[in-house]
Design a binder for this molecule. Structure first.
Ligand SMILES: [Fe+2]
Ligand SMILES: [Fe+2]
Length: 410
């Protein structure tokens, strides 16, 4: 396959990923591979600023224990003083698609308006040298961000400048990336809007909470699925669906009355019974007219995120449309709770991610628990509330979980 064919195929591959975070990850992965770059970052335009949204760095990732890079999210103004800002500004002001190909960011000619910010290198001990920077422009000619590739390498791994023959390719690459990104941003904002609607009713379901639950779920799933021998292809496909499905676990709360949702004290037994309905009310929203695998997964998560491994959860084997027990599953006038592997795995995973986040966050009735106490609680509940293999997966990716917690702080 030649390099142009590769980019055409890339457009298909990227369009399959609907989730924004996973798409950013994939874009950088593919770009670094294509241009043999050690590192890279993506900035997304947010209002008048560029938000540093995602980064990869092979050298630093190898240095730390867990494979995923821990980094902070920050934003910079769109002006000519920074490298990414310059590329963005040139497009906004003059409609120029500038490709910056810099052999060494430490020796930029004095007459250039932009400077390289060395603070990251100073903190991490990394030496950023060559850089290839390009604006991300969508089909409607709007700037949506900046893609920055860092430290091209030769076959021996030595850092070299990017080749000038790379420049036309990176423009095409950026085009493919921008189109996929725009779509994913749209999907993400629709989901967030749906969640905001639920948050109007239940102040606990904030955008940060659902973002964390989504991101935790994906990490846990990835680890769990590898343990169970799933193929990398299968894992990739399911990750993107789970990321979004996990975010909407509680949207069924739009169907629960305010007097119950916003009640300050403990719910009475009767009120709690009503509250339980948010599971199948949520599932119903997605099953009314299921259009995609996402709808099916979202329904699965909404319906099953309060089931327990030991069979003491809710709502059990119910028909989401009626809330009544399914035929053959009636027990003392109610639905028999699901247990063990009767609970679909997305439900088992989101159950843990949701509880982990609730315990580690401040809620109106409690302060965040210290991490040690949270972890003990989860361990104690392996085989009771939670699937032991899901708990095992959770502990094997704890570093990544902690990084997500930092990233989506309230
Ligand atoms: Fe819930
Ligand atoms: Fe939740």
């Amino acid at each position: 396959m030649d390099r142009f064919q590769y980019i055409i195929k890339l457009i298909d591959d990227l369009n399959e990923i609907q989730d924004l975070d996973l798409l950013l990850e994939k874009i950088l992965e593919k770009a670094r591979l294509f241009f043999n770059a050690d590192a890279g970052s993506i900035y997304l335009k947010e209002g008048e600023r560029l938000k540093f949204s995602y980064t990869q760095n092979e050298t630093l990732q190898k240095r730390q224990k867990s494979g995923k890079l821990i980094y902070s999210v920050f934003s910079i103004p769109i002006d000519e003083n920074s490298i990414a800002g310059y590329v963005a500004k040139r497009y906004l002001k003059y409609n120029e698609k500038t490709v910056l190909n810099i052999p060494d960011v430490y020796s930029l000619p004095e007459d250039l308006p932009y400077r390289f910010d060395r603070s990251f290198d100073e903190k991490s001990g990394y030496r950023t040298k060559s850089m290839l920077v390009v604006p991300l422009i969508n089909n409607r000619d709007e700037l949506i961000g900046v893609l920055q590739l860092i430290n091209a390498r030769d076959e021996t791994g030595k850092v070299i400048p990017f080749s000038s023959s790379d420049e036309p390719y990176i423009l095409n690459f950026a085009k493919a990336a921008a189109i996929a990104l725009e779509k994913a941003q749209l999907t993400r904002s629709l989901i967030l809007r749906m969640i905001n609607m639920a948050a109007l009713r239940d102040p606990e379901e904030t955008a940060e909470h659902v973002n964390r639950v989504g991101a935790y779920s994906v990490e846990i799933f990835e680890e769990w699925a590898r343990m169970k021998g799933y193929s990398e292809d299968e894992i990739e496909k399911k990750k993107s669906i789970l990321r979004m499905a996990a975010m909407v676990h509680d949207v069924g709360k739009v169907g629960i009355s305010d007097t119950i949702l916003k009640k300050p004290g403990k719910l009475t037994a009767e009120e709690f019974e009503i509250m339980k309905a948010h599971t199948y009310l949520g599932a119903r929203l997605f099953l009314q007219d299921p259009k995609s695998e996402f709808d099916i997964a979202a329904a699965e998560v909404a319906l099953n995120h309060h089931e327990r491994w030991d069979g003491k959860g809710y709502p059990g084997h119910v028909d989401p449309f009626t809330g009544k027990p399914l035929p053959g599953y009636e027990e003392k006038g109610r639905a028999r709770p699901k247990k063990g592997e009767e609970i679909p795995v997305f439900g088992r995973i989101v159950a843990l991610a949701d509880v982990y986040d609730a315990l580690s966050s401040k809620r109106c009735y409690k302060e965040p628990w210290p991490e040690e106490k949270v972890l003990k609680e989860i361990e104690k509940n392996a085989g009771r509330q939670f699937d032991p293999s899901v708990v095992e997966a959770f502990f094997s990716c704890l570093d990544a979980i902690r990084a997500i917690k930092e990233r989506y702080k309230n």
